[in-house]
Design a protein around this ligand. Structure first.
Ligand code: ISE
Length: 324
């Protein structure tokens, strides 16, 4: 049976999810889309239905599961509406724009007693990150002591405001670092460079590992994400994510994409395929609502620290057994 999917939000990510669903996801089909900009929704629908509002899309009996890719501030209310309708969701990160709203989503799922939410922390499906996790879990490097992350964008998206370098960009490193190391973050320190960026964020885990991250959302030269895991007997890092090396103008090297869509193309494709598989089997994969809450809670506390003295212990509520 093919799963009928609705996509809420048809900006950069909604359009990409719709494309992947239409052309690259066996076992699912795009039923309809909706967006505050009706013309944009129409362009992405190309033949699928265009719903006038998210509520009617969620309620449609032709739609079995929903992808949420609307602005960050709408995620929590829309995921709660999907939980009320009993429909599975792949929600773009972050799960919510505040820790309190993310916790409301977790609580709604706990009341339901069933996991319906997967948060779109797609790096968990990237072949490079997966290989790093395999090497680390096999114990080939000895115990991990340090994880260095680099997160550089060409320029901040035009819709960035306030502390979105933390709540929208750095949340990726919070999630992937927790996933790679399998430990929980307990404290953080943040500093900003001249004029406010880049940000340098250092977290400590409950096993005393150090997680350092540079977040530079106006780095100009290309979209560049990097990580190196340092163990007591060796290190493993991502290789340049380029298929070719070009020699030209007396220089040689690999190229960088303009943004995250080409860089994480394979991760987005695998994420969608595995989510559709999970919808069918009922066995969840990827980042849970709890993971989404922890990422947003840490991001919020680090944003507050940036406005203060830069240091913060990290606190979150107890994890419900639904997420064990
Ligand atoms: C964007 O929203 C993403 O999710 C990208 O993966 C990230 O690298 C970028 O910094 C965010 O703004």
């Amino acid at each position: 049976m093919s799963i009928g999917i609705g996509v809420i939000g048809t900006g950069v990510m909604g359009a990409e999810h719709a494309r992947i669903l239409r052309h690259e996801t066996p076992g699912a089909h795009l039923v309809g889309v909706c967006d505050a900009d009706a013309a944009r929704a129409q362009a992405v629908a190309s033949g699928a239905a265009v719903f006038s509002d998210p509520q009617s899309l969620i309620a449609s009996d032709r739609i079995d599961a929903i992808v949420i890719a609307s602005p960050d501030a709408t995620h929590a209310a829309l995921t709660r509406a999907c939980i009320e309708a009993g429909k599975p969701v792949l929600c773009e990160k972050p799960l919510a724009s505040s820790a309190a709203d993310a916790l409301d989503v977790v609580q709604a799922e706990v009341v339901l007693g069933r996991r319906l939410i997967q948060v779109g922390y797609m790096r968990r499906f990237d072949p490079g990150y997966q290989q790093i996790k395999r090497v680390k879990d096999a114990g080939e490097l000895g115990g991990p002591v340090l994880l260095h992350n680099v997160h550089r964008n060409v320029r901040a998206p035009e819709w960035f405001n306030g502390s979105m370098a933390i709540t929208n960009s750095f949340v990726h490193e919070i999630d992937i670092s927790r996933w790679l190391l399998g430990t929980e973050m307990v404290s953080a320190h943040v500093e900003a460079g001249p004029g406010g960026e880049p940000l340098m964020i250092t977290m400590k885990t409950d096993k005393n590992e150090i997680v350092s991250t540079e977040v530079f959302v106006n780095a100009s030269y290309g979209y560049h994400v990097h990580v190196e895991l340092v163990g007591r007997q060796g290190t493993v890092s991502l290789a340049p994510a380029s298929l070719t090396l070009v020699n030209r103008d007396r220089a040689g090297g690999h190229s960088y994409p303009d943004n995250w869509v080409p860089r994480f193309e394979e991760a987005y494709r695998r994420q969608m395929a595995e989510w559709v598989g999970a919808v069918k089997s009922g066995a969840p994969v990827g980042a849970s609502a709890w993971d989404g809450y922890v990422a947003s809670a840490i991001a919020e506390q680090i944003s507050e620290a940036l406005a203060g003295n830069g240091e913060t212990p990290l606190r979150y509520g107890p994890r419900p057994s639904l997420y064990d």
